[in-house]
Design a protein around this ligand. Structure first.
Ligand code: ZN
Length: 303
């Protein structure tokens, strides 16, 4: 694994968002004097495409940063500026790639910039009118802020915290579930959004009980975090050892039928066999769930 990544494909750590520059009045001049910039075309549905752009004040080709059609994302470790231009789709564009399927081979700073680009594309498309007075919003801070043209209320891109958890029984079997919104073969870890005022540890225990009926004796332990900008989640990754035997699990396991269609505990061997037979398919390659499930299958400790 690429050591630059702490744990997960979207957790790029070497990214400088250069956030103080967003509010500097002369910063656009600095960008126009750059020899070149890396431009990410980004769609709200998670596709991105990298281009080089030569800034030209005469052509005004960085003005999209002021109009809500793009954003300044930050700098690569080599000092190259990343810019985002929001697009509605990539039909027929071969070079665009799906951020959900990105792997460790992509440069971490590029991945981090792409996460910001996709999140901001989604926010900018969705956030156009004031929640308080319904008047149009004015883009500010190079794509990172909006202000109501009437009541001056300020809006920022928000992130929703969500938990995702590896749940083990006493035999070390891993719990996987099929969500009713997915194809029937796709199995993944349980996950859910943090409720208002709730601690994420409580979310883990609540979701496990709501979705599969299990109440164990374990306390969730955090393993790491990862952005998931589809459209705006931050995944808080936990491990929960239920402290329940296979017999106790069998007695308690019941899916809610609304969100979860099917759930089961797997040994490594059982999961390998089900994948080989096509009975189980895994989630998107850049997801936390994919990283954890495949690490576990390789025999690595999930800690
Ligand atoms: Zn307003």
């Amino acid at each position: 694994m690429n050591k630059k990544f702490p744990l997960f494909p979207l957790s790029g750590a070497l990214y400088d968002s250069n956030s103080l520059a967003r509010t500097r009045k002369d910063f656009l001049d600095e960008l126009y004097s750059a020899k070149s910039c890396s431009l990410l075309l980004a769609s709200a549905d998670g596709f991105v495409c990298f281009r080089e752009i030569i800034p030209s004040r005469r052509e005004g080709n960085l003005e999209f940063l002021l109009s809500g059609q793009g954003a300044y994302l930050g700098k690569s470790p080599q000092g190259e500026h990343f810019l985002a231009s929001f697009v509605t789709g990539f039909e027929g564009t071969q070079e665009a790639f799906d951020l959900r399927q990105v792997t460790h081979e992509v440069e971490p700073a590029q991945v981090a910039a792409a996460c910001a680009a996709v999140a901001l594309a989604s926010w900018n498309f969705r956030t156009r009118y004031c929640e308080r007075c319904a008047n149009p919003l004015l883009p500010l801070c190079l794509g990172w802020e909006k202000e109501c043209t009437s009541c001056k209320a300020l809006y920022y891109p928000r992130t929703d915290p969500a938990v995702i958890m590896t749940v083990f029984d006493e035999q070390g079997r891993l719990l996987l579930a099929n969500n009713t919104r997915w194809e029937r073969t796709r199995f993944s870890l349980l996950a859910g959004y943090v409720d208002a005022g709730e601690s994420p540890e409580t979310t883990v225990l609540r979701e496990v009980f709501e979705e599969v009926g299990l109440r164990g004796e374990g306390i969730p332990r955090i393993l790491g975090t990862s952005p998931w900008p589809f459209p705006r989640s931050l995944m808080l990754v936990y491990r929960l050892d239920l402290g329940l035997s296979a017999r106790q699990v069998d007695a308690q396991l019941r899916v809610d039928g609304k969100e979860i269609r099917e759930a089961a505990f797997f040994t490594r061997k059982e999961l390998e066999q089900d994948i080989a037979r096509g009975r189980v398919t895994l989630p998107a390659r850049s997801s936390v769930a994919y990283a954890l499930i495949t690490r576990w299958l390789r025999g690595e400790e999930i800690a």
